[in-house]
Design a protein around this ligand. Structure first.
Ligand code: NAP
Length: 460
């Protein structure tokens, strides 16, 4: 039987191994998930909220242990791991409180207009939903699916990334520990090659995937073949535009955070810094200086800003992208090289300018702490550079000019625009992308409705 390895990216040490689930075990988990759906529906709003709050309390009580596990398993600085757990607890409580209102449907004021005595809509759960999830926020990515899905009355089965099996196992137990019916939310310990069989299983109604484009394409095409609902949260190369009227100190400070949060491995990290000519020298100098000052090291150390990349293959990808740009004439302003003989998959904060369309970095996502600097001749030029890619996840726009801000909000092609800030997800706001960054939304009212049947009701 194949195994999944939990390996500490800071040291390369193997922390734990887990056997893949056999076909029989997968069958049992799918049967249990299917059997849980009518129980979840029958439980009603108040009981589901009680159980969700109980799960939130358990996760909160486990905060230190879970945060340490995240950092050990994927290398995020410990304070950010704690933040991830706290945010997950908040989202669980948020959906416990708001799910009923989000799914209350509507009633026509004048049903006689459609020849009825009563007419309107209601939201029913779809059934069992498969979640294929990435390692970069190993608790949060899962909770932001699980909390609304369970509150809506769906059951969830999780196929987590193969390099975070400890997080996968923890999450597979959390909801039943809180009292949810057996099978309501479980983890399938399987590799990517077995996802197809689960999507095709008649007991599975829908699938959500957060991850890379190739994985999204594969899952969407299989789900398309069996006509099942899909939500895709894929990659991005988010623009961070800086105009001359912006507060350049604040912009540079936020730019560093926007690029390097999660060791630079977030889908919504700002990746391309597009700066108006009149602000270029001032912003670039401040930004480069701050990037160079970041502390790289053991992510369990409270003073570390940047830990290792989560996998050696992830680091190889970054090395190749930066080397390709360097060979084709880009200027490496900060970083760009590291001590290969040291333990761990570290890569230094890096700032690169002079990127041209023949470089891979121009249109590929850099999933590590590598910032690309672009100089724009005008607002229109900046917006054109921002929109030139086929990604459209988040974006940030820095300016103090109201007319510019309005124009940018309307013009940037992305799932979100943050003005004088950085893209962040909030349970209160929908989250998702356009173009090759995916489709569908998570979080907020829109997210919980994705895996519901919006049913029209008409009574004579
Ligand atoms: P990945 O390789 O696509 O892995 C994500 C998940 O998909 C894992 O569980 C993986 O399983 C599974 N998977 C991979 N190939 C598959 C296939 N052909 N069929 C079915 N499942 C498959 O992604 P990653 O490289 O770990 O994550 C980084 C990417 O995720 C980046 O592009 C990032 O921008 C994106 N991301 C997007 C969001 C968002 O909300 N938009 C959030 C976070 C990350 P295995 O681990 O077993 O291969």
């Amino acid at each position: 039987m194949a195994i999944m390895r939990s390996v500490n990216p800071t040291t390369g040490e193997e922390l734990a191994t887990f056997e893949h689930d056999s076909d029989d075990v997968v069958e049992q988990k799918l049967a249990a998930a299917s059997a849980a759906v009518p129980q979840l529906k029958a439980a009603g709003w108040a009981r589901r909220a009680e159980l969700m709050n109980a799960a939130a309390d358990l996760l909160e009580a486990d905060l230190e242990q879970v945060a340490a596990m995240i950092t050990d398993e994927m290398g995020k600085p410990i304070a950010q791991s704690r933040g991830e757990v706290t945010k997950s607890v908040y989202a669980m409580r948020y959906y416990a409180e708001n799910a009923e209102a989000f799914l209350s449907g509507r009633t026509l004021d004048d049903p006689s207009a459609v020849g009825a005595t009563r007419a309107g809509t209601r939201f029913d759960p779809l059934g069992v939903v498969l979640a294929v999830m990435p390692w970069n926020y190993p608790i949060w990515q899962v909770v932001r699916f699980a909390a609304p899905a369970l509150m809506a009355g769906n059951a969830g089965v999780l196929k987590h990334a193969s390099n975070v099996p400890q997080a996968a196992v923890y999450l597979g137990r959390l909801f039943t520990r809180a009292g949810f019916p057996e099978g309501s939310f479980s983890t399938l310990l399987i590799g990517a090659g077995r996802v197809e069989g689960v999507i095709r299983d008649p007991r599975v109604s829908a699938v959500t995937l957060t991850g890379s484009e190739p994985a999204g394409r594969s899952v969407a095409s299989i789900a398309g073949d069996v006509l099942k609902k899909v939500v895709l949260e894929l990659g991005g190369s988010d623009p961070f535009i800086v105009m001359p009227s912006a507060d350049l100190d604040a912009a540079a400070e936020m730019a560093v955070k926007a690029r390097t949060t999660n060791n630079g491995q977030a889908c919504i990290n700002a990746k391309r810094f597009i700066v108006h000519t009149d602000a270029y020298a001032g912003f670039s100098e401040k930004f480069a200086q701050k990037m160079a000052q970041l502390r790289i090291g053991d992510p369990q150390d409270e003073s570390t800003d940047i830990g290792p990349l989560a996998t050696s293959s992830g680091r190889n990808d970054i090395v190749e992208l930066v080397d390709d740009a360097r060979e084709k004439g880009a200027s490496i302003i900060v970083g760009g090289s590291f001590d290969d003989s040291a333990d761990g998959w570290f890569y230094p904060p890096t700032v690169i300018a002079g990127i041209t369309p023949e470089m891979r970095l121009f249109e590929e996502e850099a999933f590590g702490p590598v910032a690309s600097l672009y100089e724009a001749a005008s607002l229109e030029d900046a917006l054109a550079i921002a929109n030139s890619l086929d990604f459209g996840l988040g974006s940030a726009f820095w300016s103090s000019d109201e007319a510019e801000i309005d124009h940018a909000i309307k013009t940037i092609e992305s799932g979100a625009v943050f003005v004088n800030g950085m893209t962040i997800s909030y349970p209160e706001l929908p989250f998702g992308g356009i173009k090759r960054s995916g489709y569908g939304r998570e979080l907020s009212a829109e997210g919980i409705r994705e895996f519901c049947n919006l049913k029209t009701v008409w009574v004579a």
